[in-house]
Design a protein around this ligand. Structure first.
Ligand SMILES: Nc1ncnc2c1ncn2[C@@H]1O[C@H](COP(=O)(O)OP(=O)(O)OP(=O)(O)O)[C@@H](O)[C@H]1O
Ligand SMILES: [Mg+2]
Length: 734
């Protein structure tokens, strides 16, 4: 038979379904040497289940609740009230009563108890119901204890708990309640302690909040507590709160709020020694659980009691540094690419395929370990310089670290991780050749090769299926990299970057004009992103020609039948055709496109609508074309002006000739910098089509629910699923 009562020292780590999270952790806390936990026991979820199982009335009421929506406030209140009253009028079965009685009889019959709720969800032991159910302090006598245990059970059906469950999709029947019956500490002071900072995830700062009297005032937000911060065993900060109210035990049972006398309101609740003693206990508890903890404590007669501890689940995870010398410094690669959102696991795997540095996946973001780079002078200056071009905030964070001498001295040395990026030996040699020849046809040749390669690859992959298809994609990595890091293409990009800088410097020095290159590179030929912008304006022009089409896309159409419905409208065929043309060149693109799991324009065409509508609003028909031409003319004019002014300087004609060549180089090659990414995304599109084909097969076989579920698997896990036709459901990434 399942027990109805478990004393704290009988509770096992695995008893979460029996005594809830609070119960299990009280059991664990009691095992830690040097940590005082007031004695007590748990009335198990089994006792609760047993007590309610025979009530058909309750069954019917809970059924009724299941049909309600979060907005049905009146109905929720009415039904919950009935449920609470049914539960409160239950008579506790004699077996359970006897068990409680036996547990209580070990103590003085006039002992006071805290009767506390500990809820848990079947199947979802990690679900949190913090603060939702009732706790009663200072309860004396067997009958009162039993009455309050039943009241805790009923508190599973407060309006608040019920609404929370409806909102979050929890089944009311699957949420269970255990009740903790624990000796009361007549606290002179009490409060909370976070062994890490939940706001910043700083694991070195421990925070204690403290108020006078029982903890109810503080946990319910009634008072402004004192707040102390402890870092490395030293008090780093103390804020004394105005504690106007304290909760005290009432002589007749229960508690009462009293005003704190004027002189005492501003007094520091804990002495400095007490703060450090408590912090030490916090660190000990954290060490025991192996994770930062959120702790509730009480103080009486200069002795601390711990009444609760739970892991802080909201901290940003830290990387696994097993075997590595600490400290370590990680830099977010996503941020340098303007991808600040979390990337799903499959997206990570593909990002990893193209990453030139080793990656750490932390909290759905991609980081690289830059510890050794920072510890070397060359690596350090390169990082600071490169990050300035990509993300000024990262640069300022790096500068702060570099200026912290103690920290820099503590860094371990080793092989650098971040190499030169696009500046490889091969690409630099190509850059020199390109500089000499200045022949833009080389770009057309490379692009032709890329196009052919992508087509071929697509044909090969389309003939494969199952594991073979996935294996093909894995093996294609080398070709993908060869394309992304094609030395000729990178050479062209490098040549353009270098002449860009040198033109800016020279023109400023000789003529005093700043950033001349910006003007000279207006309306460039061959820049895929500019081309896409223009194509979107063309698309807008087609849409605006057809009022019915414009009306249709302005009214939030669905993606599923977007084209089908459009086709039926006057001008719909032509617009569909215009979309089709756009997708041919840009359908594989989308915001955050390096994450393969993001929906591409062709997969979710409606994401283009806001852009199209905006183009229609701000531009006249064809205006983008005239603007583009005007930009080109401005660039030409600027070039001529620079040349003319240079020629007027002493020795000017030689200088002008040189600059003329540089400008020509710049205009020929500056547009290529978007090409490597574009072709990565083109290849991704081919992969994604094959992956989604496999995903749909898995969904049809019922191995996964929706095809998109594969986004939550890493590539090697997906391969396992495809190979074995089985999904290990313990694989669960956040
Ligand atoms: N045995 C006890 N003696 C004295 N005070 C107690 C005792 N148990 C709990 N308390 C006080 O009551 C407060 C609230 O109790 P409890 O932890 O049960 O509920 P909660 O913190 O409001 O919600 P939950 O912990 O379920 O999220 C505790 O922070 C503590 O200050
Ligand atoms: Mg609590």
């Amino acid at each position: 038979m399942k027990p109805y009562i478990l004393a704290f020292n009988e509770i096992e780590k695995t008893d979460i379904m029996v005594v809830g999270g609070k119960g299990v952790n009280l059991g664990e806390l009691s095992k830690i040497n040097g940590i005082r936990v007031p004695d007590g026991f748990c009335v198990t979820t089994g006792a609760y289940g047993k007590s309610i199982e025979d009530s058909t009335e309750l069954e019917a009421l809970i059924e009724k609740l299941a049909e309600l929506k979060p907005g049905d406030r009146g109905q929720i209140a009415q039904t919950s009230k009935k449920i609470r009253s049914v539960i409160e009028n239950l008579t506790m079965e004699s077996n359970i009563q006897n068990a409680v009685d036996r547990a209580l009889s070990k103590c003085d019959s006039n002992e006071a108890y805290a009767i506390r709720s500990s809820a848990t969800a079947e199947d979802l032991p990690r679900a949190s119901f913090a603060g939702q159910q009732d706790t009663y302090l200072n309860i004396r006598g067997k009958d009162e204890v039993i009455r309050h245990i039943i009241k805790c059970w009923a508190s599973l059906f407060t309006d608040r708990s019920v609404t929370y469950r409806i909102k979050n999709g929890f089944d009311h029947r699957k949420v269970l309640l255990s009740v903790v019956v624990q000796k009361m500490v007549m606290s002179e002071a009490s409060g909370t302690m976070f062994t890490a900072d939940p706001m910043t995830s700083d694991r070195k700062t421990l925070t204690i909040d403290a108020g006078f009297g029982l903890g109810e005032a503080l946990v319910s937000g009634l008072v402004n507590p004192d707040s102390y911060k402890v870092v490395d065993g030293r008090i780093a900060e103390k804020n004394i709160g105005a504690k106007e109210i304290e909760v005290r035990p009432d002589r007749s049972g229960g508690t009462q709020k009293v005003r704190v006398e004027k002189g005492r309101q501003q007094k520091q609740v804990l002495s400095d020694e007490q703060i450090l003693e408590l912090a030490g206990m916090g660190k000990k508890i954290e060490g025991y659980f192996g994770f930062p903890q959120d702790i509730e404590w009480c103080l009486v007669n200069n002795e601390f009691y711990i009444v609760q501890s739970r892991s802080i689940t909201t901290l940003f995870p830290i990387p696994d540094v097993n075997g590595l010398k600490t400290p370590r410094v990680y830099m977010s690669i996503g941020h340098t690419q303007m991808m600040t959102d979390a990337i799903k696991p499959l997206g990570m795997s593909f990002f990893e395929m193209i990453s030139e540095v080793s990656m750490e996946k932390i909290g759905g973001r991609i980081y690289t370990d830059i510890t050794h780079d920072l510890s070397s002078a060359v690596g350090r200056s390169r990082l600071v310089m490169a990050s300035g071009k990509q993300d000024p905030l990262i640069q300022s964070a790096l500068k702060n670290l570099v200026e912290d001498r103690d920290f820099m001295a503590s860094l371990p040395k080793g092989k650098r991780n971040v190499q030169g990026g696009i500046f490889t030996l091969g690409s630099i040699l190509e850059a020199i050749k390109i500089y000499r020849k200045n022949d833009p046809s080389i770009i057309h040749e490379i692009i032709n090769d890329f196009e052919k390669e992508v087509r071929n690859m697509g044909q090969q992959l389309s003939r494969l299926s199952g594991n073979q298809a996935l294996e093909f994609i894995d093996n294609d990595r080398e070709k993908l990299l060869a394309m992304a890091y094609n030395p000729k293409m990178l050479g062209a990009i490098i040549a353009a970057i270098l002449v860009n800088d040198s033109i800016n410097k020279k023109v400023e020095k000789l003529l005093g004009d700043k950033n001349a290159a910006d003007m000279l590179t207006k309306s460039l030929d061959h820049n895929v992103t500019t081309e896409m912008g223009l194509a979107l304006c063309d698309l807008a022009d087609t849409v605006r020609k057809h009022p019915r089409v414009l009306e249709y896309i302005s009214q939030n159409p669905n993606d599923e039948d977007f084209f089908e419905n459009m086709e039926k409208l006057p001008g719909g065929k032509e617009t569909n055709e215009a979309f089709r043309e756009f997708f041919e060149k840009f359908g594989m693109r989308c915001p955050g496109e390096i994450d393969i799991t993001r929906e591409r324009f062709e997969e979710k065409p409606t994401q283009l609508i806001p852009i199209i509508l905006n183009n229609i609003r701000v531009l006249k028909p064809g205006e983008h074309k005239t603007r583009f031409q005007a930009g080109r003319q401005e660039a030409k004019d600027k070039e001529e002006e620079i040349i003319r002014r240079l020629k007027n300087l002493p020795g000017g004609s030689r200088r002008a000739k040189k600059i003329e060549k540089s400008i020509s180089l710049l205009c020929n090659f500056a547009g290529c910098r978007e090409d490597p990414k574009y072709y990565i995304v083109r290849r991704y599109q081919v992969y994604k089509k094959a992956l989604m084909k496999e995903a749909r097969k898995l969904a049809e076989k019922g191995i996964i629910k929706n095809a998109e579920d594969i986004f939550y698997l890493y590539m090697d896990e997906l391969r396992d699923v495809v190979r074995t036709n089985k999904l290990d459901t313990t694989v669960c990434h956040y």
